[in-house]
Design a binder for this molecule. Structure first.
Ligand code: SAM
Length: 244
């Protein structure tokens, strides 16, 4: 029998999840950036800046942005690595990448862009100083395999940065649930024309590993010095690990 996995609160055959996730991001790509600003009241910009700061990326470094979507993280990294460095924007979804590539070009950034699955990267081992994934891991079918793959392409001494929704501080949970399950689908319907996509967002956050569970996963695939930093009362967390 087919193995199943989570797609929000639903169980789907593993081989169908990627297509369902693709459907979500094809449908919202055009309104994705606007929705991020509305849903987080602009906070996502600060979360991303903090994650890039934690990466310790320096001038001349080589960075891989997995599930990079419309390119927010890639742009921040590009500013840090400068002309001697390299930032690769990658994502499995063509609609998201097209928007990211065009937006970066309009702003004067000509970065290499590759459409690929974050669980099977088309890169040699030991080539990047940093691999980052912002709000991407949650959508992957095999999270542990994805983390192992990111570790594979890191140089010894390289860091992985995972910015993801996580477990909010308990006293805030009822309010956060109300926001996630009532307000988000409403905004999704009115602004992006898809309540279901933003219902998936709320559900996928709920079934994603919490701070400690993700830390354990990272340790299990071989990352060392794994630590995490809660932001906005744990609504999101940045996990960092090193390949030694
Ligand atoms: N990193 C961007 C940001 O922070 O704004 C985009 C995050 S968006 C919530 C999640 C992205 O993950 C989407 O662009 C989606 O296409 C991508 N994604 C989902 N599954 C993927 C996979 N298996 N490999 C690579 N990208 C994937």
């Amino acid at each position: 029998m087919d193995k199943t996995t989570d797609f929000g609160f639903k169980k789907v055959p593993e081989r169908e999840k990627a297509a369902q996730v693709a459907g979500v991001f094809h449908s919202v790509a055009g309104r994705y950036d606007l929705m991020n600003d509305l849903m987080s009241a602009g906070l996502h910009r600060w979360w991303k800046r903090f994650a890039v700061l934690l990466s310790g990326v320096r001038e001349g470094d080589r960075v891989l942005d997995v599930a990079g979507g419309t390119g927010d993280m890639a742009r921040l990294f590009a500013r840090r690595v400068g002309p001697r460095g390299e930032v690769w924007l990658t994502d499995i979804n063509r609609s998201m990448l097209d928007i990211g590539r065009d937006r970066l070009l309009d702003e004067g950034w000509a970065l290499p862009v590759v459409q690929c699955d974050g669980e099977r990267l088309p890169f040699r081992a030991n080539v990047f100083d940093c691999v980052s994934a912002a709000f991407g891991l949650r959508n992957m079918t095999h999270k542990e395999a994805a983390l192992a793959e990111w570790r594979r392409v890191l140089k010894p001494g390289g860091r992985v940065i995972v910015l993801e929704f996580s477990r909010v501080w308990k006293p805030l949970a009822p309010l956060y649930d109300c926001y996630s399950f009532q307000v988000l689908p409403f905004l999704g319907r009115v602004v992006a024309g898809s309540a279901d996509s933003y219902r998936y967002l709320a559900e996928s956050i709920r079934v994603h590993p919490d701070q400690e569970a993700l830390k354990m996963l990272m340790v299990r695939v071989g990352f060392q010095r794994v630590e995490y930093f809660n932001l906005s009362a744990g609504i999101v967390a940045v996990h960092r690990g090193v390949k030694l």
